[in-house]
Design a protein around this ligand. Sequence first.
Ligand code: PLP
Length: 397
Amino acid sequence: MALVIYVNNRTIEKRHVPYHRSLITDSEIEAVVATLRSGWLTAGPQTTAFEVAFSDLKAGLPCVAVNSCTAGLFLALRALDLQPGDEVITTPMTFVATANVVQHAGGEVVFADTAGNSMNISAEAVAERITPKTRAILPVHVGGNPCDMAALMEVAEAHRVEIIEDCAHAIEGEFAGRPLGSFGMAGAFSFYPTKNITTGEGGMVSCRDAEIAHRVRLLSRHGVDKGTYQRMEQEGEPLYDVVLPGYKCNMTDLQAAMGLAQLKRLGEMYLRRKEIFAKYEAAFQGLDMVDCIDRDVRGKSALHLYQLLLKPEVLVISRGKFIAEARELGVELSVNYTPIHLFSWYRSRFCAVPGAFPNAEYCGMNNISLPFYPAMSDLDVEYVILVISGLLNKYHR
Ligand SMILES: Cc1ncc(COP(=O)(O)O)c(C=O)c1O
């Protein structure tokens, strides 16, 4: 017999709604199998086709496929040729990869606070952190919601520094009609399983021009001047030159085949995200126990995350306990993010004290991310709404 639970004065059948499930169809499976049968597994024709298809989404900018967004950000920063002491300003409200790569690329991370309840970096806070050593601003479009790119571009232009966008969440996103990832020197996208499209693991770098794309590509394949497919399959010429000491960050054709199949369904999956988003907004907007995320009206969100901010002054339950109770009722929640400066390594490195970035800390301590993905059924969505609103009512002060 199905287990029943009592929420919001109703008895309902218990369900399990995981935090995430990728929507993989026969088209992805057939594409990967065809590539396995093709005899060419690593970067080759599928990777090139995926780059071209992705470039169409990004106003025709040259795109380079890599093995993760982390690698993409790193290569973009390496392409900038950071020198010791060069500073890159980013947000503490992101996945730690964003800040780690600055250090891997030889730079110094400088954090700037976020704006209000937007989760996104504040252009004013960035302007205050600019020094003669600043080389780049690294904004993150958290949850797929565009940063204020107009204000960030103004700061970057005034101080002649580059912008490298962390677009891990932002495939479908736009700001003032312009695709995210097209504002600066480069943008890096993620195809990790929880992202809006997945290749298992993978990433893409959109580049301002062919020269930057060329540099990122060289860096992604050991600094070798011609890819293996071009040399061996197209030109029949095994010899190559190494023009700089690069890294090993290329995508494979297996990943790209999957990415191409996912990309074909991007529109349909985005529509489903919109439907779920509308149901969540209708349920949670206006409740006095939570704040919804502030979104810039000039932007189109990629609708990657659905987050709420629990209001500690209105609720008599800690976030940890809230997450645990939701889990007991079958709903898995996540947290995006704990502000980076509060992690032990960063705390000791920057001597950052709680209170250094108040907006990021408030959002970091109180956010919950709800299950939010196209593979959810209507019943899943309704169940999440019932469980979350039930807990909010139960613990209302
Ligand atoms: C904001 C942000 N930046 C960068 C990354 C790194 O992406 P990847 O796992 O593709 O390296 C992630 C991954 O979760 C992310 O959420």
